[in-house]
Write a protein that binds this ligand. Structure first.
Ligand code: IPD
Ligand code: CA
Ligand code: CA
Length: 265
């Protein structure tokens, strides 16, 4: 497979979905909002955008399957599967707050070989393909160069359905508030991870995530020269639920700190 070509072709499909999402964002009155679970929302826009993505990506690669948040397709591909979040940051979308993003990753067997995050607020396309580096709107990007948490701006996501590790999480926020340049929470994990890839953030961590939140971002950070793992340090976090990403210089300190606070036993 030509990874660069499939990445660029997939970006055209993402653009098509983005035109629809942006239009609905600007015309939000009468938006049909459902609660999938407590504080976990889905709108007609998430569903329609996912249908546009699934249909366009199926045309690109007819043998491919999908791991898609809203369940538009349950087809699994033997070799290729698209991992799709049609609107990452739905709560932001509903409230008219940026950022929110479309996130699309492509798996070849177990390996992520292309990743796209399109963020609406700043009209930014982040994309990468296996071996091709990471890019933002046509320019190459790389992770930051800071070497300690003391110099780092850290991002995270607040739990809103899974409170299993709330105490530990509060402890981690306490630590980073006191020992880093500061802590940010944008409300779109895909955007957070893309911001690590381009060096705006020095590190990101969150628990309770799904593969569609992080698939594209994992490749972006790796191709931008950074490190990605779960809280235990395993380097394949796609299905693990928790993620750490940062530049290489500060990864060891970041991972050890998070592991110690989030998994203290
Ligand atoms: C959510 C966002 C949020 C993160 C949540 C995700 P959704 O995705 O990425 O930043 O904290 O864990 O579920 O539900 O808006 O697609
Ligand atoms: Ca999401
Ligand atoms: Ca979503």
């Amino acid at each position: 497979m030509q990874y660069q070509k499939i990445c660029f072709d997939a970006m055209e499909v993402v653009k098509e979905a983005a035109v629809y999402v942006r239009d609905r964002h600007e015309n939000r009155e009468g938006l049909n909002i459902e609660e999938k679970g407590k504080q976990n929302f889905v709108t007609e826009v998430d569903k329609k955008a996912e249908q546009i993505l699934v249909s366009g990506l199926s045309n690109l690669l007819p043998e491919s399957g999908f791991i898609a948040e809203e369940g538009t397709s349950n087809k699994r591909g033997e070799t290729y599967n698209w991992v799709i979040d049609p609107v990452d940051g739905t709560t932001n979308f509903i409230h008219g707050v940026f950022p929110f993003a479309i996130s699309v990753g492509l798996l070849e067997k177990e390996e992520i070989v292309a990743g796209i995050v399109y963020e609406f607020g700043l009209n930014e396309f982040f994309y990468s393909w296996k071996g091709g580096g990471a890019w933002l709107n046509g320019d190459p990007i790389q992770v930051s160069g800071v070497s300690t948490i003391g110099q780092a701006l850290i991002a995270t996501g607040f739990p809103y359905t899974n409170f299993t590790y709330l105490t530990e999480f509060m402890n981690s926020m306490d630590y980073f508030m006191k020992n880093s340049h500061g802590l940010r929470r944008l409300g779109s994990a895909a955007t957070d991870i893309a911001y690590v890839a381009c060096g705006r953030y020095d590190g990101f961590y969150e628990y309770g995530l799904h593969p569609w939140d992080i698939a594209a971002g994992i490749l972006l950070v790796r191709e931008a020269g950074g490190e990605v793992s779960d809280f235990d340090g395993h380097k394949e976090p796609l299905f693990s639920g928790d993620i750490i990403c940062s530049n290489r210089n500060s990864y060891a300190e970041f991972q050890e700190t998070i592991h110690k606070i989030m998994k203290p036993q």
